[in-house]
Design a protein. Structure first.
Length: 418
């Protein structure tokens, strides 16, 4: 048994091999429940049925039609155990060659956002990613997407054009209607199964999820007490159960920069909610905390809530640089790059940045604007590094007061390069 033309082993036209020759399978309209598809997906180890069709959805076969099963119960171990007319005996033609997409052939993601839990909804179908279009996209639809991705409950349902930009490729699914209780998006009622070549993406859908984890009590979203979703509520996590691998995943999920530290339980206050004394087993590469393996509660009590400090900056670089180690100081916040104002940029700040970029000690701090001003407004962040920090994100940061940074006054640095 195999599936052909669907971009992978778990989607395509159903074919069986008999006497050394591959041939297709056809059915008639009276087999409306398509239990044959349940058998096919299970026999191939491809999960459940996402979509089944008797109208050659993956193209008509060109050789023999080997089987016409009818009234499968769905409990058979293989397709050959369903009632049929015998090998090569059939009363349907290639126009009714059956095709199936099993759930293991489909993937879901959010694109264009700053974290895995916000963005344009995209589904991988027949080996290609495409957007999901719907003209009545609502919170019930968004809830299914967020829960399937392990991103907690939905915080908002949007059209991509308003928040994350329209897609420019295929459309995988169209006209989706969910109750909010489905386990996957493809369990919802879907009237349009692609992929479709579409030039208009005005109804591309998007969601913002509450996330599975959050940091509270700090100055921003990238530092604070670690809390996780449990049902519809937020609960704290015991500090004994959090290591740097867990912190890396949390920082990544929140769209923050590098994990800098696991702070003591008193750093951001004790909080007022309950604490979960279970744990996570992460390797640090997971996109979401919900993707890490769970450790059961140890039953030995909890010494206090865990706190994580992430860098608010997702990147540092030197712009307008020919050598890579001299140039305009640029930082990224949630994927958006901007130049730093030179007003409070000093030699200790430059030392930490040069070391972080692998460019050796700082050689000099040229006047602001020496390497141009870059694009967009200058960031008002002022770093207060001592020079000994391992990462620029560890430096105290304040916001430049009035007057704002003068146009073109972008910070610059010359690193020694060794």
């Amino acid at each position: 048994l195999r599936l052909v033309g669907g971009g992978g082993r778990c989607a395509g036209r159903v074919e069986v091999k008999h006497d050394g020759e591959w041939g297709s399978v056809c059915v008639f309209d009276f087999d409306r429940e398509a239990q044959w598809a349940v058998v096919v997906c299970r026999q191939l180890g491809c999960g459940r049925v996402a979509k089944a069709s008797p109208y050659a959805p993956f193209g008509q076969g060109t050789g023999r039609i080997w089987l016409q099963p009818y009234f499968c119960r769905g409990t058979e171990d293989d397709l050959g155990a369903c009632p049929d007319f015998g090998w090569g005996e059939h009363i349907c033609g290639h126009e009714r060659d059956v095709g199936v997409t099993c759930t293991d052939a489909m993937e879901l993601r959010l694109a264009g956002g700053s974290s895995p839990c916000a963005g344009r909804v995209e589904v991988k179908l027949q080996g290609h990613w495409g957007s999901v279009e719907d003209d009545i996209w609502d919170m019930e639809d968004a809830e299914v997407v967020c829960q399937q991705l392990g991103c907690g409950s939905a915080a908002g349902a949007f059209y991509a054009r308003d928040r994350f930009g329209e897609g420019d490729g295929l459309v995988s699914l169209a006209l989706v209607d969910c109750s909010g209780q489905e386990s996957t998006l493809w369990d919802c009622q879907i009237r349009g199964w692609g992929p479709y070549n579409a030039s208009l993406h005005a109804w591309d859908t998007a969601v913002v999820c509450q996330g599975f984890s959050r940091l509270v009590g700090g100055d921003g979203a990238c530092a604070g007490r670690l809390e996780m979703r449990q049902g519809r509520a937020w609960v704290g996590v015991c500090e004994d159960q959090v290591d740097m691998a867990v912190a890396k995943v949390v920082c990544k999920e929140l769209g923050c920069g590098a994990a800098l530290a696991i702070a003591g339980s008193g750093r951001f206050g004790a909080g007022s909610g309950s604490l979960w004394d279970g744990g996570f087993q992460c390797n640090g590469t997971e996109p979401l905390l919900s993707a890490c393996a769970r450790r059961p509660p140890q039953g030995r009590g909890c010494s206090g809530p865990a706190s994580v400090i992430c860098s608010p900056y997702t990147g540092f670089r030197l712009g307008n640089s020919s050598s890579g180690c001299s140039g305009r100081v640029e930082v990224a916040v949630r994927g958006t790059w901007g130049s730093v104002c030179a007003s409070e940029w000093e030699m200790p700040d430059a030392q930490v940045l040069c070391r972080h970029l692998g460019c050796g000690p700082a050689f000099s701090v040229p006047p602001g604007g020496s390497f141009g001003s870059g694009e967009g407004p200058l960031r008002p962040d002022t770093f207060g590094c001592s020079g000994s920090e391992r990462h620029p994100g560890e430096c105290p940061v304040a916001v430049l007061g009035k007057p704002p940074c003068a146009p073109g006054n972008a910070a610059a640095v010359n690193c020694s390069g060794v």
